[in-house]
Design a protein around this ligand. Structure first.
Ligand code: SAH
Length: 436
């Protein structure tokens, strides 16, 4: 097969459900009521210290170091619980790779830079980006760049290493080291793995987070006659081994994240997303670079979006915890607020707009012209349809960027203390890509 077309495109069939599609409907299929080890752990916790917040529930279920869903599981792809854009089409990662190269060129072509990905899944997206970087070898020649992956999952980090280096990579033996795995790609680009963004060296960097923010724990609040009350998870006193939602009797600390003029009667807030955006903003303001955040979400308008997925089906979030993915829509208005004017934010723009502006149609045509195998052509077309169709991922997923103020307004911070939807200088994806 042509080197332009990655091997995994030749898979058979594309599953039809992705996490961004549905909301918790209350009509989810009935799952077995077996008590999982995670549920036993949570019930023990609740019995000892009382009901837990939805955020604590989500964090335990997804990333508990011993039993967490993400920690020992490969949940991505046809045989897993959900599918993501880079797993569907190589073009997705290639266009993101071009976006980073374009931003790197516009911001002065520093010869040394870091590429940092949060929640890299199977490493597929980074692999597609690196293929673009190697094809643009003449542009990036003499560059000294390194890859930094922030990943909590032992299982997925092993898969990432295999995808990117084609080898098994051992864990670092020094327990004190912030880097828990180290390797290099076949062409010699160094890769380091971390558990936390804070551990990634500071410096001129490009950051990427695709379907990462939606797995961060959310607190849920309900408006009541007595004011905002947080939703907690408790054991149902009527039914043994069943979890249920309850409302806190009084105010709780996370209420501080709700806007004073909030009009909705149910909100989800994600303090961890705020911490990460503040860290990214500070780093970009100090050292330059950019962040690209891609996820399903809304601009501060949606209410109850917390939901579960198992085997490409919606799954009741309180049943068999640890066996299903838990997720909530990203509130981009909150991310924008958390940037606190330290950097400029762009978007969210819909995935289909961003990819169109980045030239997805031209790229598809180039690939279709290069392949002869009708099944590969079919895969490319199906992948394009999944990414772009407004009924599929085209309008549910959004692109959001953080950029230094001077990138948009030549150094004038005051002009763009908050969000800029129409920047003075154009940014590819958010505007049509213009090659210089
Ligand atoms: N970006 C990938 C995978 C998305 S799934 C893709 O689009 O295919 C979410 C990813 O985030 C997984 O790799 C998961 O292990 C990782 N993850 C979840 N919580 C995390 C956390 N708190 N810190 C770092 N990584 C996390």
């Amino acid at each position: 097969m042509n080197a332009l077309v990655r091997r995994s495109v030749a898979r058979t069939g594309i599953p039809c459900l992705w996490r961004g599609k549905c909301f918790s409907s209350g009509n989810e299929p009935k799952e077995s009521n077996r008590v999982t080890p995670m549920q036993r752990h949570l019930m023990y916790k609740i019995k000892s210290t009382g009901p837990i917040t939805v955020a604590e529930y989500m964090k335990e279920v997804l990333t508990n170091p011993v039993k967490g869903y993400y920690v020992h599981h490969d949940m991505l792809g046809e045989k897993g619980d959900f599918i993501t854009s880079p797993e569907l089409s190589q073009i997705f990662g290639e266009l993101i790779g071009i976006w980073f190269v374009s931003e790197w060129m516009t911001s002065g072509k520093n010869t040394a830079f870091q590429l940092v990905e949060l929640g890299p899944g199977r490493g597929t997206l980074m692999g597609d980006i690196l293929r673009v970087f190697s094809q643009l070898g003449s542009v990036l020649k003499n560059c000294d760049f390194s890859i930094h992956l922030v990943e909590v999952s032992q299982k997925l980090s092993e898969i990432q290493a295999l995808t990117l280096t084609e080898e098994k990579v051992p864990l670092e033996t020094d327990a004190e080291s912030l880097v828990y795995m180290k390797a290099a790609t076949k062409s010699g680009i160094p890769i380091s793995w971390y558990r936390d963004l804070k551990d990634v060296p500071k410096g001129y960097s490009f950051y990427l987070a695709h379907e990462f923010f939606d797995v961060l724990p959310v607190h849920k609040f309900q408006k009541t006659a007595k004011g905002w009350r947080e939703v907690f998870v408790d054991i149902d006193p009527q039914v043994p081994d069943k979890l249920r939602f309850v409302l806190a009797p009084g105010a709780t600390p996370a209420e501080a994240f709700i806007q004073h003029d909030e009009k909705r009667d149910h909100v989800e807030v994600c303090p961890e997303a705020g911490v990460i955006i503040q860290e990214l903003s500070q780093r970009i303001a100090l050292n330059g670079g950019a962040a690209l955040i891609v996820d399903y979400g809304h601009d501060g308008t949606k209410t109850d979006t917390f939901r579960g997925f198992c085997g490409h089906q919606l799954h009741d979030v309180l049943i068999a915890p640890g066996t299903a993915d838990l997720t909530a829509d990203v509130d981009f208005s909150f991310l924008r607020r958390m940037a606190q004017g330290k950097v400029a934010s762009l978007g969210p723009v819909q995935q289909r707009t961003f990819l169109k502006n980045m030239g997805i149609d031209v790229r598809l045509k180039v690939l279709l012209d290069k392949v002869d195998d009708p099944s590969v052509k079919q895969q490319l077309l199906q992948g394009y349809d999944m990414l772009m169709n407004p009924q599929k991922m085209g309008e549910r997923f959004n692109f959001f960027a953080l950029l230094p103020h001077q990138r948009l307004h030549g150094g004038s911070q005051e002009r763009n203390a908050c969000q800029s939807k129409t920047p003075a200088s154009s940014v590819p994806g958010f505007d049509e890509l213009v090659w210089q």
